[in-house]
Design a protein around this ligand. Structure first.
Ligand code: FES
Length: 156
């Protein structure tokens, strides 16, 4: 979604332009754009009469916020012990190769953000890959390639 000052203003108006609303406002903005655009942070600071640096420090403190654009698909590969032992690293390698990017990055077309996660509690199904809230069990590099292909097809 394109950045739009009016959208940010309506979020601020909804929660009230006061410092106590900061977290709720940032959560909604982050949800809307999948990250916190710099212009949004500046607008929030201005409307809440807070220093921009203070809004930035809150935004960078909580892991739920992203200061960089994120993909429409958020993919997590588990790097916990069980998944590691059962081939997690080979899945990461395949994804980096298929997507032509490194873990921790977002593709240029904003299709996907690739991240790792420590044990998601599904060790019996290791190695696992998560797409949003959905867990894919007993993954292999080729199953993962297929999954990426399906996700791309679903998008187009
Ligand atoms: S180590 Fe991957 S789910 Fe537990």
């Amino acid at each position: 979604m394109e950045f739009n000052l009016q959208d940010v203003d309506s979020i601020i108006d909804h929660w009230g332009p006061k410092p106590a609303s900061l977290l709720q406002i940032l959560l909604d903005v982050n949800h809307q754009y999948r990250y916190l655009p710099q212009e949004a942070i500046q607008r929030v600071a201005q409307r809440l009469s807070m220093p921009v640096s203070q809004v930035y420090s809150v935004a960078s403190f909580f892991k739920v916020f992203s200061l960089k654009p994120r993909g429409r698909v958020i993919m997590h590969v588990c790097t916990g012990t069980a998944c590691h032992v059962k081939g997690g690293p080979r899945i990461i390698e395949r994804l980096e190769q298929d997507l032509n990017m490194k873990t921790g990055e977002t593709s240029e077309d904003l299709f996907v953000t690739l991240e790792t996660v420590n044990c998601v509690g599904a060790c019996a199904a290791a190695p696992v890959v998560m797409v949003g809230e959905v867990t894919y069990s007993e993954m292999t590099p080729s199953k993962t390639s297929l999954l990426v292909k399906e996700l791309r097809e679903k998008e187009s």
